[in-house]
Design a protein around this ligand. Sequence first.
Ligand code: MGD
Ligand code: MGD
Ligand code: SF4
Ligand code: MO
Length: 745
Amino acid sequence: MAFKLTRRTFLQSAALAAMSAPLAKIAYAESTLAPAALEAKGTFADETVCGGICEMCFWRCQIIGKKRGDRLVKLEGNPKSIDNGAAICARGNAGIQMLYDPDRLKYPLKNTGERGKPVWKRISWDEAFAEIGEKLGAAIKKYGAHGLCMFPHGASAKYPMQFFDNIVGTPNISEASFFQCRGVRDTAYMSSTSIPPNESVDMANAKVIFLLGSHLGENIHVSHIKNYIQGLQNGAKLIVVDPRYSAAAAKSDVWLAIKPGTDTAFLLAMINYLIEKKKYQADFVENHTAGLDELTVGVREWTLARAAAECDLPAEKIQLVADMLAENAPNVSLHPGRHVSWYGNDFQRQRALACLTALLGAYYVRGGWCPGKAPKVEEIGWAKSEHDEKFDLNIKEDGKRKYPFSPPGTPTDLIRDTAISGNPYPIKACVIWGQNPIQTIPDQEKTKNMLKQMDFVLCVDIQPTDITMWADILLPQASYLERYDLIKTGVQWNLADKHQQYIAARMPLSPPLFERKDQVFITNAIAKALGHGDKIPAESLEQLVDKSLAAAGLSLSQLKKEDGIHIQDGKDPFVIPEDFEVLLFNEEIADAGFPGVPTYIPVPQPPPGFARLVYGRVQVHTFNRTQNNAWLHQEMPVNPLWINDETAAKLGLKDGDTVGFVNQDGVKSPTTTIVKATPGIRKDVVYMAHGYGSKNPLLTVGVGAGVDDTQLISKASVDPESGTHGMRNNFVQLIKDGKTLDIPA
Ligand SMILES: Nc1nc2c(c(=O)[nH]1)N[C@H]1C(S)=C(S)[C@@H](COP(=O)(O)OP(=O)(O)OC[C@H]3O[C@@H](n4cnc5c(=O)[nH]c(N)nc54)[C@H](O)[C@@H]3O)O[C@H]1N2
Ligand SMILES: Nc1nc2c(c(=O)[nH]1)N[C@H]1C(S)=C(S)[C@@H](COP(=O)(O)OP(=O)(O)OC[C@H]3O[C@@H](n4cnc5c(=O)[nH]c(N)nc54)[C@H](O)[C@@H]3O)O[C@H]1N2
Ligand code: SF4
Ligand SMILES: [Mo]
């Protein structure tokens, strides 16, 4: 079992099994490999095409494709990449299967049935645009631009989002990456350091890596995982705080099985301890922080003993971790996390993490947090236009007033509540582009009620999913392998001694199949149908990318000559800007009526008979979007329920048993999964991978496989500072053979 894995065997296997090339061999290609030199090896392929950028997840590794005749037969990392190198993950490999998946959308479709229970009719692109022009146009005419809302996500949604924001002028746009993912991390760090943190932790050079949640090894982003593994190989000590024995916990030196939702108390106790014992980095604190006095007073109550009781951890272990960090400071990587919308008390936790990092002096140092600078390429897009309408009512502005530390866009719940209540204005048309709000946003019933009251719903996707069942018009987009796309820039600063930057732009590795079209084609036609044809910034996606590259002195043809990636020298990132300051106390936060020093806010506890439901990633899937991928499905067909083995025994459950769920609001899972009984999870919590349990019957592989965690997350805990959605205050009971099982306390 995973518990017995040593670090050595892990490094050779485990997470790496998911990667397609040995990680130790990181390619730092110096010379350019001319396309001809990227010649196919072996006999199965007769051509190699470069310039691909993966989007099986959002990390966007640079890839090449091997072709046999017209058919793409294999994807690999672009050996020229200074980011992922020749490696891609299992999901990246399975892009081929996505490309040729027979279930994918092929033609524009019109729903002649009900929303939620669609009956599809194939229509032409002209018919589709005529209908979109009419219906979106009517909604805008009747209700104004704020009668329309949008749920976008990912690279393909950027251009249309800019159109609906800058040209149409709707204030109701909510991106999943902000309100359900990392938005609260960004705004909490912005309010602490003035810089959004990304995940720029120099784990490769760290003496200690500290992960709060962040389940690296299940959460897979290739270059980030390389960075992490390099750190472990270099001997970094690993501290993992997670109520579950995650892939990372299995490699850790110290695992703290914390009581869910109490992380802030744990962080405050370490802060208090470091201040009391004067174990912080005095120089850094003196020169680069403000508000130590307020912080000292604010955290005073958090003794090790008090945190130990709150977090259900031994006090000695909290002290041990604080000492490990202090002794190795400043070369310690405190990972700022990525999916951090956990409990609705997340802004304060992320602030606590940013402040602890400051006490350890771990900014802009080797092994610490260090924002390597990527080259700036200004992308051409829709210029902001003056709108005729002056919004007296604008929920985006309301959102900023209500949630002053909100990420960009409009809080999801404000859009849903406004649409359902019609207050302060009706929202009657909805555009969904590259997001699956049914499985992404907590409280599915609310999302459905929002959609039911719309006059018109447009959905642009690459495949049928749970959200596409709610569309009136459903458009098939060319996937990332079938289209050009926005520019990807990045830096590599920590795996080699040189600091380099890169600029890449996605180029298609296959022509678009069937009638699929890219986002520029689709958006431009919608713009024309709505009378905005004169403002179109580029006639094609290829032209848009070329124009944008020109601003950086590059072009697509030049990039092709450089095998898809332009590499240039970067700056030494380990230089702390003189004016860099971390606000341990933030007056602006206090003035807005919130705690100005990081503060712990307790979360609701499971009612008797229930356990808390938490969720995370698996190596072989990206949310719901890969569930229909036959190769990946085969690797992990359902999402097993992690339950403590002693609890399972009391319930008479054993490994492999089939169970369903009912949550605190009486929501039942329509599908089931299997039990994984393990000592590697606390008794007050159960766990499953997110994204399973698709309900769209057009997904012949993924439909009904496993359980949809989001359906059981009927309660969103809105973070008071940021308006982002915490999802982990939901509680479940198990159902076995029709009987509901009370989970013992
Ligand atoms: N394979 C794969 N990799 C991915 C993705 C994918 O879909 N598939 N998605 C990518 C994206 S967009 C994101 S945002 C990231 C998300 O990945 P992360 O940022 O790593 O997500 P987390 O929610 O931090 O991690 C989930 C872990 O948190 C633990 N946890 C639950 N409650 C608590 C708690 O109260 N305290 C603590 N300390 N831990 C807790 C869970 O047990 C689980 O192990 O993954 C990225 N990588
Ligand atoms: N319960 C629960 N909810 C969560 C999370 C969780 O762990 N648990 N994770 C949260 C996080 S961290 C994130 S980042 C979000 C992710 O939320 P989403 O981005 O909504 O995640 P996906 O399920 O990948 O849905 C994306 C949709 O885009 C489609 N798509 C894929 N490629 C393309 C393309 O090229 N063009 C177009 N037009 N469509 C495309 C897919 O088919 C799918 O329908 O979910 C959040 N919500
Ligand atoms: S991490 Fe995997 S799925 Fe994500 S972009 Fe890279 S290869 Fe693709
Ligand atoms: Mo995310």
